[in-house]
Design a protein around this ligand. Structure first.
Ligand code: ATP
Ligand code: MG
Length: 402
């Protein structure tokens, strides 16, 4: 189990060789103990930011005011943060001031949960002053220090609690639950960007419903922007959907909003400051879900919406227990059997129509092309020039009849 840290240990060694302390900390240690994959490695060190920069040829001052420098070593990025304590969070966003300190223990004490407050030294020894390992074994989520005080200090930790429940299937300790109930109103002071980031991570966890359950049981969810008026029926819906049927973050958010039956999802997405790209994906999914809700998948529907969206709609249905798996395979086969995939695949174009009917250009071309397209997709007409010409001429004659 050494492999994931092998490269990081070379970074630690450079610090140590220069007389500094350095440890792997936070999520990487936690996930390693849980046997989960490790996506990024954070390092805590006694070296000051400018000393970190001097020590490595490739660094980026990503959060230097908080003591964080990104170090690129052997093509891998590490977030390296100088041991620090934090002052009060005057704006509930950033600590008012950070103080660089000399000890790892103090640095670990500022961290949110005991399972996130462990460090691993270069020889693999785990430093665990708050018994995170023991809590992990019991799958118990506990704060470092008094939960109420830690949530007041940074209310985001309440959302992080639910996010870890969702990602790791840990159980929030009773002190955490009570503190969430008590401090929930401070959620309103958080910046929406931080809220969105944690809620997106929560929705991507494998145990989303446990995370949402915690947020509902403590009423924290209803302190979030535009969620104060969630009805009991909507709560029920939220807890009955299967988010694991979704294949993307956009599908997970669409499923969340569909369960809430929001009349104006665009207003929610704007208020929550979703990126334009994600917002548009979610809106398109929701629109298509409603549009094809009652419809059977015909060749024409499938062609119009495209296989990619059709499968996504099917997954939204599956998340809501409205669909069966076999339809997915059926859709794949249907898409392969479509005579054309786009209008560009038609063997004729507007110039042909003009020449055949000897008509000046006009809106009729677009309408006629659309009719041809549908007839070809529905296999009423082969995608062949002679056949299409006959068909167009016959339609034209028909129209001329009184
Ligand atoms: P992930 O696997 O999602 O990266 P993580 O535990 O690494 O999980 P990060 O948000 O990357 O989470 O934070 C890194 C570490 O910084 C955490 O493990 C925790 O020790 C500390 N931390 C992050 N946010 C807070 C916070 N709001 N309050 C206290 N400590 C925090
Ligand atoms: Mg992390």
């Amino acid at each position: 189990m050494k492999a994931p840290f092998e490269l990081a240990e070379r970074v630690l060694k450079r610090f140590i060789d220069h007389g500094y302390e350095a440890y792997i900390v936070g999520g990487a240690v936690r996930n390693w103990l849980l046997g989960l994959s490790i996506h990024d490695i954070d390092i805590a060190t006694s070296a000051k930011p400018e000393e970190v920069i001097a020590l490595f040829p490739s660094t980026f001052p990503v959060g230097i005011e908080h003591g964080t420098v990104l170090v690129r070593h052997d093509h891998v990025d590490y977030e390296v943060t100088t041991f620090r304590t934090e002052g009060t969070y005057s704006d509930f966003r950033h600590p008012q001031h950070v103080t660089f300190i000399g000890s790892l223990e103090e640095d670990l004490a500022r961290r949110d949960f005991t399972m996130n407050a462990m460090a691993r030294d270069i020889s693999g020894v785990i430093i665990d002053p708050f018994h995170g390992r023991q809590h992990l074994k019991k799958r118990l989520l506990r704060t470092v220090g008094q939960a109420e005080a830690r949530f007041l200090e940074d209310p985001l930790r309440m959302l992080r609690a639910a996010r870890f429940v969702s990602q790791l299937n840990v159980k929030a300790d009773s002190e955490v639950i009570e503190a969430m109930q008590k401090q929930k109103c401070y959620i309103q002071r958080l910046s929406i960007e931080r809220v969105l980031q944690e809620m997106s991570k929560l929705l991507q966890g494998h145990w989303v419903l446990y995370g949402l359950e915690l947020l509902m049981a403590t009423n924290v969810l209803f302190e979030l922007p535009m969620l104060s008026n969630v009805t009991p029926q909507e709560r029920q819906h939220l807890l009955s959907v299967d988010f694991n049927r979704c294949a993307s973050l956009a599908e997970r958010w669409a499923t969340f909003l569909l369960a809430l039956e929001r009349a104006a999802p665009a207003a929610f997405l704007k208020k929550w400051r979703f990126s334009n790209a994600l917002k548009n994906q979610i809106l398109l999914l929701m629109q298509n879900y409603h549009c094809y809700k009652e419809a059977e998948w015909t060749a024409w529907n499938l062609y119009r919406v495209g296989l990619h969206q059709a499968l996504a709609i099917q997954r939204l249905r599956a998340a809501r227990h409205e669909a069966v798996e076999s339809v997915m395979e059926h859709l794949q086969a249907m898409a392969q059997a479509l005579p054309i995939q786009t209008r560009a695949d038609l063997v004729i174009d507007g110039h042909d129509l003009q020449a055949w009917l000897d008509q000046p250009p006009g809106p009729w071309i677009k309408g006629t092309l659309a009719n041809i397209e549908q007839a070809v997709v529905e296999k009423q007409l082969p995608n062949e020039r002679a056949a299409i010409k006959r068909w167009v001429k016959a339609c034209h004659e028909q129209k001329k009849k009184p």
